[in-house]
Design a protein around this ligand. Structure first.
Ligand code: ADP
Ligand code: FBP
Length: 325
C-alpha cells in the first residue's frame, strides 16, 4: 500500500482559502425559458467554490498548492475526496451542516444562468482555527488566495484581518470577493484584487457604462485604497489591469463557450502561477487571460489542457495605455 502523504507539516508556496465551497452542478440546455420544462443535454458535477477552482487549475499547471477551507457533511467529504483523487493536497476543517449545491445552466449561445445557494454558517472559533492553520502551511514569501463570498456568521472584515496578518508574516495575498468583504478587504491593501465588472461596479456604486468609467473605478481602487494591482475581468473583453504607474488592456479572442463558470478563478490561478515562476508582469497578464479564455472552452470547471492555453497566447494582446504618474 502507498503511504499517505503527511501534509500536516509541509508548507506550500500557495494556499487557497475557500470558506464557502459548493458542489457545482452544471447543465447545458438549448434555451433557458422561465416557467417551462428544460431537457438537459449534458450535466456534470464538480467540486466548486472559488479557492477550490484556483487550486485545481494551479495543480494542473504543476504549481504546488494547498486547498484549505471549511467543508461540511457528505458533500464536503465528496469535494475533498475528488480533490485528493486528483492529487490535490487539502486541509479543510469540518463544519456543521451540509455543503451547498450551486446550479449553473449554460444555453446554446454560451449564456450562463447561476443559482448559488446560501453557504453554511461558520463560527468565530472555526474561522480563527482556519486562519492559524492556513498561515502554518504557507511558505514565507508565498501567497494566500482569499476567494469567494464570506459565510453567514463571518465578520465583513475577516479577509481584511487575514491580509494584515499575512503582511506581518511576509506573505502575499490575492483577494477575489464581492460586496462588503471586498470593500473592507481592499482597505487592508492586498497585493492583487480580482473583481469582475459587476463586482467593480457594486464597489464603486456607479454605473460603469463606458471604458473611461471602468478605468476610473479600477484606478480608484489603487489610489484610494492602496491596492498594488487591480485586475478587472471583463468576460469576452478580457482584462483591465491597473497598478500604480500603468494601465493595461488585455484583449482575448472570440472562442466557443462551453461554460464560463470558474473563468475568473482560472485568471486568479494564472496570476499566481506567473508570480510563482517569476515571470514578467506582461507575460503573467497574458497567461492569466489565456487561462480564463481556455476555461470557458471547457464543460463545468474542468481544468483547461496546457496545449489549449498555449495555443491561445499568440492571439492575446497586452496594450499599455498610459503612465499615471
Ligand atoms: N466569452 C468569453 N470569450 C473569451 N474569453 C472569455 C469569455 N468569458 C470570459 N473569458 C475569459 O475569462 C476571464 C474571466 O471571465 P469573467 O467572466 O470576467 O470572470 P468571473 O468568472 O470572475 O465573472 C476573462 O478575463 C477572459 O479572459
Ligand atoms: O462564493 P460564491 O460567490 O457564492 O461563488 C461560488 C461559485 O463561484 C465559482 O467558484 C465560480 O466562480 P467564477 O465563475 O467567478 O470564477 C463556482 O465554482 C461556485 O459555485
Amino acid at each position: 500500500m502507498m503511504p499517505t502523504e503527511d501534509i500536516s507539516r509541509k508548507t506550500f508556496p500557495v494556499v487557497t482559502v475557500t470558506l464557502t465551497p459548493a458542489v457545482d452542478l452544471s447543465f447545458r440546455v438549448d434555451t433557458m425559458t422561465p416557467g417551462t420544462l428544460h431537457r438537459v443535454k449534458d450535466s456534470r458535477q464538480d467540486p466548486g467554490g472559488k479557492g477550490i477552482n484556483v487550486a485545481k487549475v494551479l495543480h494542473g499547471l504543476g504549481v504546488p498548492v494547498l486547498a484549505s477551507g471549511l467543508a461540511g457533511g457528505s458533500r464536503g467529504a465528496w469535494i475533498q475526496a475528488q480533490l485528493k483523487a486528483q492529487g490535490i493536497s487539502c486541509d479543510f476543517l469540518p463544519c456543521d451542516g451540509e455543503t451547498r449545491i450551486n446550479v449553473k445552466i449554460t444555453d446554446a449561445e454560451g449564456r450562463l444562468t447561476e443559482f448559488n445557494a446560501e453557504a453554511l454558517a461558520s463560527s468565530a472559533e472555526e474561522l480563527a482555527r482556519l486562519a492559524e492553520r492556513c498561515f502554518d502551511r504557507v511558505d514565507t514569501g508565498g501567497w494566500v488566495a482569499l476567494c469567494g463570498q464570506l459565510p453567514p456568521g463571518a465578520p465583513s472584515d475577516w479577509y481584511a484581518e487575514m491580509i494584515q496578518e499575512a503582511r506581518r508574516r511576509g506573505i502575499h495575498t490575492v483577494l477575489d470577493t464581492s460586496q462588503a468583504a471586498l470593500a473592507a478587504g481592499i482597505q487592508a491593501r492586498p497585493d492583487i484584487v480580482k473583481p469582475n465588472l459587476m463586482e467593480l461596479q457594486n464597489w464603486s456604486d456607479r454605473l460603469l457604462d463606458s471604458e473611461a468609467a471602468i478605468q476610473r473605478a479600477a484606478r480608484a481602487m489603487v489610489e484610494d485604497a492602496g491596492v498594488l494591482s487591480v485586475v478587472v475581468s471583463r468576460g469576452p473583453d478580457g482584462l483591465l489591469v491597473v497598478s500604480r504607474d500603468a494601465t493595461y488592456q488585455v484583449r482575448v479572442p472570440t472562442v466557443p463557450v462551453q461554460s464560463s463558470v470558474g473563468a475568473g478563478d482560472a485568471v486568479v490561478a494564472g496570476l499566481l502561477s506567473g508570480h510563482y515562476w517569476r515571470w514578467s508582469w506582461t507575460d503573467t497578464m497574458r497567461w492569466a487571460a489565456a487561462l480564463g479564455t481556455a476555461a470557458v472552452m471547457q464543460a463545468g470547471t474542468r481544468v483547461p489542457p496546457l496545449n489549449q492555453i498555449q495555443s491561445l497566447l499568440s492571439s492575446i494582446t497586452v496594450h499599455r495605455e498610459e503612465d499615471a504618474g
